[in-house]
Design a protein around this ligand. Structure first.
Ligand SMILES: [Zn+2]
Length: 364
């Protein structure tokens, strides 16, 4: 890994030098071609897999491409930077063997490194496309990217649902189902607070104790993120199995997160959830629609009366006009569903209208 980091920095230096001195641009291809020379000069690179080294050149090219396209589109662009050891955390085998992981799932073969013990977090399937080895703090991960054969779409159920996301519940459906906001995050958050306090008590910047404390905090963060991701996958899976059409609020999550609800919103991560929901739906032949969220919590779904006062409390909805009462979140979810269905109906009517071509007039 350190060798890859040094190579990356060396190649960046080379590109920079060639440009400032001779106005020349060196491509990843050129740099790959000179790898044998690098190996000759620095024999320690003989012990590194060739593909891994080529991938370093490709990565550098990618960061240059990103830089140039940002410059072109007038965005703020930072020139590719030298990477410190802490900021170079992985290396990639672009064409790994299909038998990289042993049949019992306990070891993984890394070319030029050998068999490494492995704890498989979940089974994988499909063709292995790339294999990356990643370091997060003091933990090492092997990341496999697999190409999956396209699965059968899920059975159609002709059921539609609206979901209202919130902080008390993760979401509430128009069918009156409540999805718990698994506060696993909070239980780990207590541990996190303890760890953070202990970190704050270690003022010496480069001390070993501080390093350890910081690693504890980072580890807890990563654990929470993994748990959340898994929860999001599970809940999204349940929804698309059950329904053909799922409507949710088009939340400008970023905008909301700047307000004072920020901690909780960050905690539940709806943006990530909606993204997972959409991609699963696409794969399964289902539909997800984001609707305008304004007034969905204030409008009475029976008579349409819209007023802030309709919401008697956080949980109760009582229409000031027709007297309809319901759980406030369920009322909102039903409004979201209705809005989504209206949108679908509109789309269908304009699509059919377009198919009917007007007949030319005056030729008879
Ligand atoms: Zn009403």
């Amino acid at each position: 890994m350190i060798l890859c980091q040094r190579l990356y920095n060396g190649m960046l230096e080379e590109r920079k030098g060639a440009y400032t001195k001779a106005g020349k641009t060196i491509s990843a291809y050129d740099q790959m071609k000179s790898l044998p020379e690098v190996k000759e000069a620095l024999p320690e690179y003989l012990g590194v897999n060739a593909q891994v080294l080529q991938d370093v050149a490709k990565r550098l090219e990618k960061s240059f491409k990103g830089f140039f396209s940002r410059v072109k589109s007038g965005q703020k662009a930072g020139y590719p930077r030298f990477r410190s050891r802490d900021r170079y955390n992985s290396f990639t085998y672009p064409q790994p063997s299909q038998n990289s992981v042993t049949a019992d799932g306990k070891h993984i073969y890394l070319p030029k490194i050998g068999n490494v013990r492995l704890k498989l977090h979940r089974p994988f399937a499909g063709k292995i496309k790339t294999l990356a080895v990643k370091r997060e703090g003091t933990e090492w991960y092997a990341v496999l990217t697999c190409e999956m054969p396209r699965g059968e779409p899920l059975a159609q159920t002709s059921s539609s649902v609206g979901i209202d996301v919130g902080t008390t519940w993760f979401f509430v459906t128009s069918d009156g189902e409540y999805c718990k906001n698994h506060r696993l995050f909070q239980s780990s958050s207590k541990k996190l607070r303890v760890a953070q306090r202990s970190l704050a008590r270690k003022p010496k910047k480069h001390s070993n104790r501080r390093k350890k404390a910081r690693e504890r905090v980072a580890k807890l963060y990563r654990k929470t993120a993994r748990q959340r991701l898994q929860l999001h996958h599970e809940e999204a899976r349940k929804l698309i199995t059950k329904h053909d059409l799922i409507c949710h609020e088009d939340l400008n999550v970023k905008g909301l997160a700047q307000g004072n609800l920020s901690k909780q919103i960050h905690d539940v991560g709806w943006g990530q959830f909606f993204q997972i929901l959409s991609s699963k739906a696409e794969w399964a032949g289902k539909r997800v629609i984001a609707v305008d969220p304004r007034f969905t919590s204030q409008r009475c779904r029976v008579c349409g009366h819209t007023k802030r006062g309709n919401r008697a409390s956080q949980a109760h909805f009582k229409c000031l006009s027709c007297g309809h009462t319901e759980n406030a979140d369920v009322n909102a979810a039903k409004n979201i569903l209705a809005q989504g269905l209206r949108f679908v109906a509109q789309r269908i009517s304009t699509e059919t209208a377009c198919h009917e071509k007007p007949r030319p007039l005056g030729l008879g």
